[in-house]
Unconditional design. Structure first.
Length: 223
């Protein structure tokens, strides 16, 4: 929580995940795989222009047309297939009702999503947290990199182990998980870069220095 507060003090609320509806957020969770969000925004605009951002309309659109529309997001043929599988899951398990899907027990929903071709833990958890508003922590490359560099998780730590570090150490609150993940993305983009980290000026560097001076460094087991 102290690390969270340091990030929040530096960056403020992130208003994440951007999207006008839970369905748009769910589609965005698939489109953002292996690409920057700016590219997803272009693809979402195309879908909005064609009035396809509804379960029934997205399920009915031809895969080749869908692929053309989401081309800005990259891997567009693969992502068109994944969206098709997700729409089939929504129709088959929930009768096409997004409300029923998002109100399902989060553990059962997660199990179902992970059976959908192309939906891995990060995408499934993003849908559950950001679209359904259920408290599950989303772990991404930024999360692993930042906490690995601070010695809180080991190199190559599995997704579920990193997730448990957060969910076992924080209040089970969807708003907190939402904001924490978004703040980690922000510090990852600004400072904790993959090849050339910029530690100077990082809110977490200042936090750790202060804690060390006060003799109050957090002690967490490596995952």
């Amino acid at each position: 929580m102290a690390m969270y507060r340091a990030l929040f003090k530096a960056y403020g609320p992130q208003h994440w995940w951007p999207g006008d509806t839970p369905f748009e957020i769910m589609v965005g969770a698939v489109l953002t795989q292996n690409t920057a969000w700016v590219n997803v925004e272009k693809a979402i605009r195309n879908l909005k222009r064609e009035r396809l951002l509804s379960p029934a309309r997205l399920r009915a659109v031809a895969p080749r047309r869908l692929a053309r529309l989401i081309r800005p997001s990259g891997y567009f043929n693969i992502k068109a297939d994944r969206l098709g599988h997700l729409m089939a899951f929504l129709a088959g398990r929930y009768g096409g009702s997004l409300t029923r899907m998002l109100e399902d027990d989060p553990d059962e929903l997660r199990k179902g999503l992970l059976l959908v071709s192309g939906i891995g833990p990060e995408t499934a958890d993003a849908i559950i947290l950001y679209a359904a508003g259920k408290p599950v922590f989303v772990v991404d490359a930024y999360t692993k990199r930042i906490f690995g560099r601070h010695g809180l998780v080991s190199d190559g730590a599995r997704y579920d182990h990193v997730q448990q570090l957060f969910m076992g150490s924080l209040p089970r609150n969807a708003g907190l998980f939402n904001e924490y993940h978004a703040l980690l993305v922000m510090v990852g983009k600004r400072h904790c870069k993959k090849s050339a980290p910029r530690c100077s000026g990082c809110p977490l560097e200042r936090f750790l220095i202060l804690q060390e001076r006060q003799g109050d460094l957090p002690v967490l087991d490596h995952v």
